[in-house]
Design a protein around this ligand. Structure first.
Ligand SMILES: *Cc1c(COP(=O)(O)O)cnc(C)c1O
Length: 401
């Protein structure tokens, strides 16, 4: 406690964040997660900013499955997996995830952040090349940094640039090349062109990896993910994803692929070897979630109906959105102060959503991001659309009818 300059330096940087409008305050909820939440001031808000795509986070069936696993397996393991932290429920979940994703084997992590952080270093070294989309998630960027492989970056979703980078890595004589992309990019709801990526991988003898955090459980006809959506099941080498979004929403992550890859990660992946086992109640609840969404596409269908309804109506009212089909719907407001004012007004009108502006998105591309859920009712969505219309007129973003 003798270095006061350290603390005053931190305080100065925090103050700068606040004056620049980049400080991130935390919303405090007094209720469980869901289509409606209660704020700590007692107000009820319609929640349009959770990754709760299938509505399973605050869901009672998910909770009961977690309670059953809690009863059977207890609260925790106080161990990493390889010492005494593996229970039957963890093995069952790994098997079920592999079946669901169409892979050979799966390894669980405490978070997708850890899955991505621990996937590259054990598998690739300075002889290899990682070819990564420019907008990939922070955890992929960090994972790549921890690995000695050469790094190549291609412009977001730009297949011509990807091919250029593949050529560069080939000319550099790299032994193994792996193309890495988010299956879905969460800022824009952009879906990676996996059919074209797989074709390029075949042309250049490269491996492929996708992060399915915004896809597992609801993309593709049976919800397996972006690889199903793009018709390339069985053609992706490595799949990472989270249990903390659509697949229940608590926490946990996974890496899935060929058995040689998963076995190597169990031996060498540092976030797996040196961090605690996923809590058994999360493993149990995730199993129940996979069972539920494998038996019926009801939740997925409702999510996509809600998404189509919202996308259609918000454009009819007069807002500009990024075109697409994903339940992430960026409503473009372009200027940062407008996005800030708009999100604040929506909050007053009882709608929780988040505004994004530079440097999170490019300059002049400020927006509010709406995320649809299977849990939203039509009435709730129509209320939200009404609030959009009112706030849009008040702020002069859309014309009065
Ligand atoms: C949310 C997210 C993660 C991190 O998931 P956690 O399980 O919460 O660590 C990783 N990758 C992508 C693309 C994400 O959207």
């Amino acid at each position: 406690m003798s270095d006061q300059a350290f603390y005053s330096g931190l305080q100065q940087k925090l103050d700068t964040l606040k004056t620049e409008g980049l400080f991130k305050p935390e919303r405090v909820l007094a209720s469980r997660q869901g289509a409606e939440v209660v704020a700590d001031d007692g107000r009820t808000l319609i929640n349009m900013c959770a990754n709760n795509y299938l509505g399973l986070s605050g869901d009672i069936e998910t909770q009961k499955a977690a309670e059953a696993a809690l009863q059977k397996y207890g609260y925790g393991l106080s161990s990493v997996r390889f010492i005494c932290g593996t229970q039957t429920v963890h093995k069952e979940l790994e098997k079920k995830l592999s079946e669901f994703l169409g892979t050979e084997d799966t390894i669980l992590y405490a978070a997708a952040f850890d899955a991505n952080g621990g996937v590259f270093e054990p598998l690739f070294d300075e002889n290899d090349a990682i070819i990564s989309d420019a907008l990939n998630h922070a955890s992929i960027i960090d994972g790549v940094r921890l690995c000695k492989a050469a790094r190549y970056r291609y412009a977001n979703n730009d297949m011509a640039d990807l091919e250029k980078q593949l050529q560069a890595a080939t000319e550099a004589g790299k032994r193994h090349k792996i193309i890495v992309t988010d299956g879905v990019f969460s800022m824009d709801g952009t879906i990676a062109q996996l059919d074209r990526i797989v074709a390029l991988a075949e042309k250049y003898g490269a491996l492929t990896m996708i992060d399915e955090s915004h896809a597992s459980g609801f993309m593709g006809r049976t919800g397996r993910g972006t690889h199903e959506h793009c018709g390339v099941i069985g053609k992706i080498d490595i799949i990472t994803g989270t249990l903390g979004k659509a697949l229940g929403g608590a926490m946990g992550g996974f890496t899935s692929g060929r058995k040689e890859v998963i076995e190597t990660l169990r031996q060498k992946s540092r976030p797996y070897l040196f961090s605690n086992t996923l809590a058994p109640m999360i493993a149990g609840a995730s199993l129940a979630v996979l069972d539920r969404i494998s038996k019926s596409t009801e939740l997925r269908d409702r999510l996509h109906e809600n998404t189509a309804h919202f996308r259609r109506e918000i454009e009819r009212i007069g807002f500009t959105i990024k075109p697409g089909t994903h339940p992430v719907v960026p409503v473009m407001l372009f200027e940062a102060p407008v996005a800030q004012k708009f999100a604040a007004r929506m909050f007053e009108l009882g709608v929780l959503l988040s505004g994004f502006f530079y440097p999170v998105v490019p300059m002049g591309q400020a927006r509010v991001r709406v995320q649809l859920s299977a849990a939203h009712t039509r009435e709730q969505l129509d209320k939200v659309l009404g609030a959009f219309e009112q706030a849009g007129r008040e702020l002069g973003i859309i014309k009065a009818a």
